[in-house]
Every structure is written in C-alpha cells, then in structure tokens.
Design a binder for this molecule. Structure first.
Ligand code: 5GP
Ligand code: ZN
Length: 114
C-alpha cells in the first residue's frame, strides 16, 4: 500500500529503529513509547486490521508472536513479563491501519486496560 506508514517502514522508505527483521516480519521501536520497552511487530505485507486476516494468514500471525518472544528475550523483559496487544479498529484505539502487535515491558502493567 503506497500511503501506509508501516509499509514504508518495512520497505525502509521511512526511518525507524528496527530490532528484528525477517523475510515476513519487522519489529521496531514505537515512536511514542508507553513503557521502557515498547516495540511494534508488523508483517511486511499490508493487512489493515485483524478483521482482514484470511485463514491462510495463520502462520504469519504466529510469526508475529515468535518475533515478540525473540525481542522480549533480547530486551531482557522475558522473565519479568510483558504485554502484547493488537488493537482492532477505532473503538479499540487502532490509529495505524496496518496490523501491528504492541510489545510493552519494563514496568508493571495494570489490568484491565483502559
Ligand atoms: P495503534 O494506536 O494503531 O494501536 O498503535 C499505533 C502505534 O504506532 C502508536 O503507538 C504510535 O506511537 C506508533 N506510531 C505511529 N506512527 C509511527 C511512526 O511513524 N514510527 C513509529 N516508530 N511508530 C509510530
Ligand atoms: Zn501497510
């Protein structure tokens, strides 16, 4: 998608602090971090929301979580714990319409979320 900011980050057309890149997935630091560690794991391929996932995307979604596991270990938050969140549409707070898994850690997390 030509006007999608996360497609451009994945393609290297917009700068971001990337911490992991694979054939299918990119993980980078959130521009406006809400925790000492706040990373976003995205598929390289544009998918707007969870609602747009196809059955064939099961493996890709799994890869987002495997990337989260990897970067959590790299960031030293695997043992203390971390939150993974994927917001779906405006009512849940989604502002960038290219799916992304938030990975937040390094501070206590409250529940329920706001
Ligand atoms: P959402 O609200 O859609 O769940 O999360 C979007 C996230 O993307 C926000 O946490 C926001 O700070 C982050 N974000 C938006 N634009 C950029 C950008 O250009 N670069 C980076 N690194 N993060 C961004
Ligand atoms: Zn995109």
């Amino acid at each position: 998608m030509t006007d999608c900011i996360f497609c451009k980050i994945a393609a290297g057309e917009i700068p971001a602090t990337k911490v992991l890149e694979t054939d299918d997935v990119v993980v980078f630091r959130d521009l406006n971090p809400q925790a000492p560690t706040h990373l976003l794991a995205i598929p390289r391929r544009h998918i707007a929301t969870i609602n747009d996932l196809q059955d064939d995307d099961a493996g890709l979604v799994g890869k987002l979580y495997l990337a989260a596991r990897q970067v959590a270990a790299d960031e030293g938050i695997a043992d203390s714990g971390y939150r993974t969140v994927m917001n779906c549409r405006e009512g849940a707070g989604q502002t960038v319409f290219h799916i992304h898994l938030h990975i937040l850690g390094g501070r206590p997390m409250a529940w329920p979320p706001g």
